[in-house]
Design a protein around this ligand. Sequence first.
Ligand code: GDP
Ligand code: MG
Length: 327
Amino acid sequence: MPANLTPQYLEAEQAFKEAKTTAEKIAALEEMLAVIPKHKGTEKLQADIKRRLSKLREEGEKKAKTGRQDPFLVERHGAGQVALVGFPNSGKSALVGALTRAKVTVADYPFSTALPVAGMMQFEDIWIQLVDMPPVTAGEMPPGMGGALRNADALLIVVDVSSDDCLDQLEGVLGLLGEKRILRSESDLEAGARGHTLEDCMVVATKVDTPRAKENLEILKEYLPPGLEMVPVSVSSGESLEVLRRRVFELLRIIRIYTKVPGQPPDMGQPFVLKKGSTVVDMAAAVHRDFPSRLKNARIWGSARFDGQSVPRDYVLQDRDIVELHV
Ligand SMILES: Nc1nc2c(ncn2[C@@H]2O[C@H](COP(=O)(O)OP(=O)(O)O)[C@@H](O)[C@H]2O)c(=O)[nH]1
Ligand SMILES: [Mg+2]
């Protein structure tokens, strides 16, 4: 059967041939896998790509262990990893500095951040990792950065509303994310490609303390693509920084679940962090590998109709639920 490869696929294959770093090669192979026409005629090719991918990922991990890792990839910590992307001077480093204890360089000259800097942001009882990224410009992104952005759980698009070119900044970043296939379609993601939809992104409009901010915010609001949220903040005045913490948590679409042993008060220390939509069985799996098969039922405090209510295995949990697993 002919493979009928599309121009999109051939383009990705070309990118693979030109790729120099492991991260670039992985990104190109992922791309090939995402866009390859899925039918009998390409099955062998698909298997071949998958084999090459897993080999490269293994090599990448080995390299990471010996210290020669991709400088743009930041090891994930906490409840989720959120990368900040924006033009030079948009206020990314100032934000990460205000929300975490990371040692960032805030400067009024561009390109003061050459490599990612990560910090942990506290939100109530969990920690979320923020990664300050080197700047992008319209049509340009440092090579290797795409992989790190695809790898993050969510993206904050930082736009400076003190500047009248804030709409160009937003469009520039969105255009670039699309072009580099960091933003991609739901079907690409379902096919196994790494990347994000707009659902994983949020615009942070910074420097709302400045004179031009109000007017520029109105313009941004008008042109904001549907489905993309925006939070206006100021690091200088501290305005809405607490709101931003919560919005970043919501952007990650995660829930916090606490455990309880029968007859004892709940453990309100470090919660288990699960994806939104997770069930009692998912929770059991997070506690112990053997639990799902041994699980009989559970009792829930929080989202249930009454405290201590018995619920089935497929009960969908809500943020802050307390679960007592019966095995
Ligand atoms: N007025 C005002 N200035 C800010 C704010 N946030 C950052 N800046 C200034 O904007 C410049 C660039 O900030 P920086 O965080 O280094 O930008 P980056 O290049 O995106 O990391 C610095 O001079 C900051 O002091 C803010 O909320 N309000
Ligand atoms: Mg910076």
